[in-house]
Ligand binder design. Structure first.
Ligand code: SF4
Ligand code: SF4
Length: 68
């Protein structure tokens, strides 16, 4: 029997993030923050993988990935 549902979450390519903050504003759960003014960070306990941040990112560095 399967043990659990697949969890989705946002994964950010930090090396290409331009720290614009668009994803921070887009996240309805407050899971995102810009760290050191350099890259965006995802709080995985809060992220539900809705994909709103990925749609707003002008640099297209956010990917929604599935994990068990
Ligand atoms: S996928 Fe949704 S919940 Fe997760 S960081 Fe992006 S906007 Fe927030
Ligand atoms: S929207 Fe994209 S480029 Fe802007 S801070 Fe978020 S991850 Fe970085």
């Amino acid at each position: 029997m399967s043990t659990g549902k697949v969890k989705k979450r946002a994964v950010i390519d930090k090396s290409h993030c331009v720290a614009c903050g668009c994803c921070v504003k887009a996240c309805p759960l407050g899971a995102l923050s810009v760290r050191f003014g350099v890259y965006a960070h995802v709080e995985y306990d809060r992220c539900v993988g809705c994909g709103k941040c990925a749609k707003e990112c002008p640099a297209s560095v956010i990917e929604i990935k599935e994990e068990e």
